[in-house]
Design a protein around this ligand. Structure first.
Ligand code: GSH
Length: 136
């Protein structure tokens, strides 16, 4: 069990994740950090759970797309919003996510059009996006 402020920055945990952040997954002798990587790893490690389209499936494209979208633009936009960092309109082209409202619109469109590929109807990209946008 980790304590948010102390043991998360202690050597034992930093040996697992040098960033001192959660989540981190240890599965046998494999350590995976970063939420997107953990989701992708679990989907691959447990294919019977049908968390992702199988390798070779065309839906692998949108699967990767939204997994990376959650890890990149969504996390950056939501973090900046939480910190009150406002991107000047003339600088929006220089920042990967552009504007938070555009990120959220893209996400909303994707969720509303999403094809359900998982029996659980709870795919990793949608899980990650829901987690991040909940704090927007
Ligand atoms: N890019 C990382 C972000 C992880 C992250 O932001 N973790 C936060 C909680 S959501 C954390 O551990 N904060 C505590 C700290 O830095 O001490 C991921 O996708 O997993």
């Amino acid at each position: 069990m980790l304590d948010y402020a102390t043991t998360m920055k202690a050597p034992a945990y930093l040996a697992i994740n040098p960033m001192g952040k959660v989540p981190a997954l240890r599965h046998g002798d494999v350590v995976v950090t970063e939420t997107a990587a953990i989701c992708a790893y679990l989907a691959d490690a447990f294919p019977q759970a049908r968390l992702a389209p199988p390798p070779g499936d065309r839906l692998r494209g949108p699967y990767y797309r939204w997994l990376f979208f959650a890890a990149g633009p969504v996390e950056a936009a939501v973090s900046n919003q939480a910190l009150g960092f406002v991107v000047a309109p003339e600088r929006e082209r220089t920042i990967g996510y552009g504007r938070l409202d555009l990120v959220l619109d893209a996400l909303e469109g994707a969720v509303s059009r999403a094809r359900i590929w998982s029996a659980n109807a709870f795919s990793p990209p949608m899980f990650m996006s829901a987690r991040s946008s909940a704090s927007a």
